[in-house]
Design a protein around this ligand. Structure first.
Ligand code: HEC
Length: 215
């Protein structure tokens, strides 16, 4: 029971570590950007009127996390002064537009940072014993008995996770075992001496053959 709870806890831990943090909250959006969009943009980009076939009212409030291409486009159009169109009577001040642009840009940066942080770190782990056996079989077709007491040490288990980088390290004595295993496996795959000829068997032709490749 304790064990199961521990496993569940570590499972949750691992899951949590991979969830990207939302860059902003809808409440923050409502306070900081929505008033600007409502005053200057939504009128032409809503359900009834979709200038440029673009709806602003449908975009996600999770700026920096969702609808990134659309929010970048919005940012650029405001930044370049294209939007709202110059023909608009009630135009935002330059400061208001700059504030909107900066707010979106900051959320984009936060989103990027969160995505970078959520990327799994590249680590080099040794294979588990089973993975090793499978890999050797797939690569060179040799069935290696890693469970033979003389061969590899048992993989340490950590709360039921065999495949855990921090636990799968290589001690010097383990490295010796790997080198010895490689020797055994390669000898089996590529015997140093050709197998003795059976009665009546002709020796294989030398590399390159004795006949011209093209007749
Ligand atoms: C008076 C109407 C009007 C207002 C107000 C307006 N737009 Fe536009 N918008 C247009 C028209 C017309 C187009 C299509 C022509 C173009 O692409 O320049 C357009 C196009 C766009 C596009 C490009 C869509 C695409 O994918 O090609 C974006 C993004 C955009 N507007 C954002 C905004 C933002 C942000 C605001 C507020 C700051 C805004 N618009 C305010 C009329 C408006």
């Amino acid at each position: 029971m304790t064990n199961m709870r521990m496993t569940l806890a570590s499972l949750l831990l691992i899951t949590v570590a991979h969830v990207a943090q939302a860059a902003t909250s809808p409440a923050e959006f409502d306070k900081s950007l929505l008033p600007y969009l409502q005053s200057h943009c939504v009128r032409c980009h809503n359900a009834e009127k979709q200038e440029g076939e673009f709806r602003i009212d449908k975009l996600s409030k999770n700026v920096g996390t969702e609808n990134n291409p659309q929010w970048l486009e919005v940012m650029e159009r405001i930044n370049s002064g294209e939007m709202p169109p110059k023909t608009e009577a009630k135009r935002p001040t330059a400061a208001e537009s700059a504030q909107a642009v900066e707010w979106i840009a900051a959320r984009m940066r936060e989103g990027e940072t969160a995505r970078m942080a959520a990327r799994t770190r590249v680590t080099y782990n040794r294979l588990t014993r089973d993975e090793y056996v499978n890999t050797v079989r797939d690569l060179i077709g040799v069935e290696f008995d890693a469970k033979d007491p003389g061969n590899f040490l048992e993989d340490p288990e950590w709360q039921g996770f065999e495949r855990l980088g921090s636990v799968l390290t290589l001690s010097p004595s383990n490295i010796e075992k790997y080198l010895a295993a490689a020797e055994v496996i390669l000898n089996e795959a590529y015997p140093p001496e050709p197998p003795p000829l059976k009665k009546g068997q002709t020796p294989p032709e030398p590399f390159g053959g004795t006949k011209p490749a093209v007749a």
